[in-house]
Design a protein around this ligand. Structure first.
Ligand code: ATP
Length: 360
C-alpha cells in the first residue's frame, strides 16, 4: 500500500470552469480518507484525477513516492470502484473477477488463487458461477469491490459505491467496507455526498465546496470544531440551527434577533469584542433541551412539527421568524401548535463571522 499526496491540484475544464482549486492533502499509507461535499462540489473530478481518468491542469499528484501526473491510469497501480458497478453482464462472477488480471497477462494459477481469496474475503464463493443479472444490488457491489481487490493495488478509489443500494443495505455494506479496510490495511479514498457515510467510515474527512477544500480532520473534530458555517451546517442531521442577531450581555448572554426575539445563551463563551455586533450563532439540535418557564435560560418557542423516530424525537419549533430544530429524548413529545419552554446549552454554541462564514 502507499500514501497519496496532492499538492495544489487544480482542474480547469476546457470550457474554463474551475472544478477543483488548490487541493492539497495527504492520504496516509493504510488510511481511509473520505471526500465529501454537495453535488457539483468537485469530489468526483478530484477522484478521477487521482485515478488518471481526468487530466490535472496544474499541481502535483504522487502515489507512493512517484509523481504520476502524466502516468496512464493503467500504470498507476490503483483500483477504482464505481457507483454503477461496471460489471460485464455476459461474464460470470468468477470471470468478472478474473478479467482485469487476464488483461494484464497474469498466469492462470495466480489468477485462480487471487479470485478465490477475494471471493472468500467478500463471501462470494457461492455466487462465482452466476451472471450479474442473477445477483442482488449488494452482491453486485461486492463483486465490484472484489474486482478491485484481486488487483492488489497500492490504493483503492471508491466513487459513491453504495448510492444505488437501499438504506438498510447501504448500512450493512458500509460496515463491510470498514471491515475490509481494516483487514487489508489498505489506502482508500472514498467519495460520497452522504455526510452520515462520511462520518461513519472516514478516519479523516475532506469537506469540499465549490471545488475548494473547506476543512480536513477527523469526523468528531469536524463536528465539534467546524472551521466555517459551510462545514457546520453540512455535517450533522438535522443540520445545525443558525441564528443571525446581535449579542447582548444584559441579564446574561443572549442573542437579539432582527424581529426582536431574544434567545438566552447561558454559559456561552462570548468575547467582549462581539457584543453589539451582528453575528451568526450555531446551535446543534441536541444542544436545545426542554425546560420549564422561569428556569434559568428558558425561552418559549412554538411547536410546529413533532417527528418521533423511535430512539429520539426531532421537534421543529418557531420563534418569531426563526425556525429551530431540536433533538429530544424519545419520551419528550410536545404538543403541536403549543408554546414550549426550551433552553440552549450556551457553552456548546458556535459563533461565525456573518460575512465570511469563518468560525470565530
Ligand atoms: P456529484 O455528487 O453530483 O457527482 P461532484 O461533486 O462529484 O458531484 P463533479 O462531477 O466533480 O462534482 O463536478 C464538479 C463541477 O464540474 C460541476 O459543477 C460540474 O458541472 C463541472 N464539470 C464536470 N465535468 C465537466 C466538464 N467536462 N466540463 C465542464 N464542467 C464540468
Amino acid at each position: 500500500m502507499a500514501r497519496v499526496q496532492l499538492d495544489q491540484v487544480r482542474k480547469v475544464y476546457p470550457n474554463g470552469f474551475v472544478a477543483v482549486d488548490g487541493a492539497t492533502f495527504e492520504v496516509a499509507d493504510g488510511e481511509l480518507l473520505v471526500l465529501v461535499g454537495p453535488s457539483g462540489c468537485g469530489k468526483s473530478t478530484l477522484l478521477r484525477m487521482i485515478a488518471g481518468l481526468e487530466s490535472i491542469s496544474s499541481g502535483t499528484l504522487k502515489i507512493g513516492e512517484r509523481a504520476v501526473n502524466d502516468v496512464a491510469p493503467k500504470d498507476r497501480d490503483i483500483a477504482m470502484v464505481f457507483q454503477s458497478y461496471a460489471l460485464y453482464p455476459h461474464m460470470t462472477v468468477a470471470e468478472n473477477l478474473a478479467f482485469g488480471l487476464k488483461l494484464r497477462g497474469h498466469d492462470k494459477n495466480a489468477i485462480g488463487a487471487r479470485v478465490a481469496e477475494a471471493a472468500k474475503t467478500l463471501e462470494l464463493d457461492a455466487l462465482l458461477d452466476r451472471k450479474p443479472a442473477a445477483l442482488s444490488g449488494g452482491q453486485r457491489q461486492r463483486v465490484a469491490l472484489g474486482r478491485a481487490l484481486v488487483r492488489q493495488p497500492q490504493a483503492f478509489l471508491l466513487d459513491e459505491p453504495l448510492s444505488n443500494l437501499d438504506a438498510k443495505l447501504r448500512m450493512s455494506m458500509r460496515v463491510e467496507i470498514a471491515r475490509l479496510h481494516r483487514q487489508l490495511g489498505a489506502t482508500m479514498i472514498y467519495v460520497t455526498h452522504d455526510q452520515i457515510e462520511a462520518m461513519t467510515l472516514g478516519q479523516r474527512i475532506v469537506v469540499l465546496d465549490k471545488g475548494v477544500i473547506q476543512q480536513i480532520d477527523t469526523p468528531m473534530a469536524l463536528y465539534k470544531k467546524p472551521a466555517n458555517l459551510f462545514v457546520a451546517t453540512f455535517l450533522g442531521s438535522p443540520a445545525m440551527n443558525v441564528l443571525r442577531g446581535r449579542l447582548s450581555g444584559e441579564g446574561g448572554w443572549a442573542v437579539q434577533l432582527a424581529d426582536g426575539m431574544r434567545v438566552p445563551l447561558p454559559g456561552a463563551r462570548v468575547r467582549e469584542q462581539w457584543i453589539g455586533r451582528e453575528i451568526d450563532i450555531g446551535i446543534r439540535p441536541e444542544h436545545l433541551r426542554p425546560t420549564s418557564n422561569g428556569e434559568a435560560g428558558a425561552f418559549e418557542a412554538e411547536v410546529e412539527v413533532v417527528e418521533p423516530v423511535g430512539s429520539e424525537v426531532f421537534v421543529n419549533l418557531r420563534l418569531g421568524q426563526q425556525p429551530l430544530v431540536a433533538r429530544f429524548e424519545p419520551n419528550v413529545l410536545p404538543e403541536r401548535g403549543k408554546p414550549m419552554a426550551i433552553a440552549v446549552a450556551g457553552e456548546r454554541t458556535h459563533f461565525f463571522d456573518p460575512d465570511s462564514g469563518a468560525a470565530l
